[in-house]
Design a protein around this ligand. Structure first.
Ligand code: AMP
Ligand code: ZN
Length: 119
């Protein structure tokens, strides 16, 4: 993927980001438009378009993304009061950047899971 992908460019150091944790295979950095007091994006360094592609293509790497998210949640002091971890996926999921990323949100009560009840 590389130069066409915003998050691949962050991994490559071509676009700055506020990195809070890095492992051999994952990167966690603060969202540029935070929706909560803590809003961190956790990505695999390798390009996968979305969480389904990642989980089906490399389940171990998907687990490493979760482990990094949990470590950041601990570092940010979120384990006691809780947090939300979510992967927007595709059109209905509202995904805008097609390099898989987990949103780690916390630091305040986050309200209902969805703004509207769609059931
Ligand atoms: P999504 O709608 O799930 O694809 O979320 C994309 C997220 O990426 C949004 O929350 C944006 O605020 C965030 N974002 C876009 N550009 C950057 C950037 N350069 N650095 C950090 N976060 C970004
Ligand atoms: Zn990418």
């Amino acid at each position: 993927m590389g130069s066409d992908c915003l998050f691949c460019r962050i991994v490559a150091g071509e676009i700055p980001a506020t990195v809070v944790r890095e492992t051999a295979t994952t990167l966690a950095f603060r969202d540029i438009g935070p929706k909560a007091p803590v809003h961190v994006l956790v990505i695999p360094k390798e390009h996968y378009a979305d969480v389904a592609t990642l989980a089906q293509g490399d389940p171990a790497l998907a687990g490493e993304v979760l482990a990094t998210a949990a470590a950041v949640a601990e570092d940010e002091g979120l384990l006691g009061d809780g947090f939300r971890l979510m992967f927007n996926t595709g059109a209905y999921g509202g995904q805008e950047v097609f390099h898989v990323h987990a949103h780690l949100l916390g630091g305040a009560p986050l309200g209902p899971m969805l703004a509207r009840d769609l059931a």
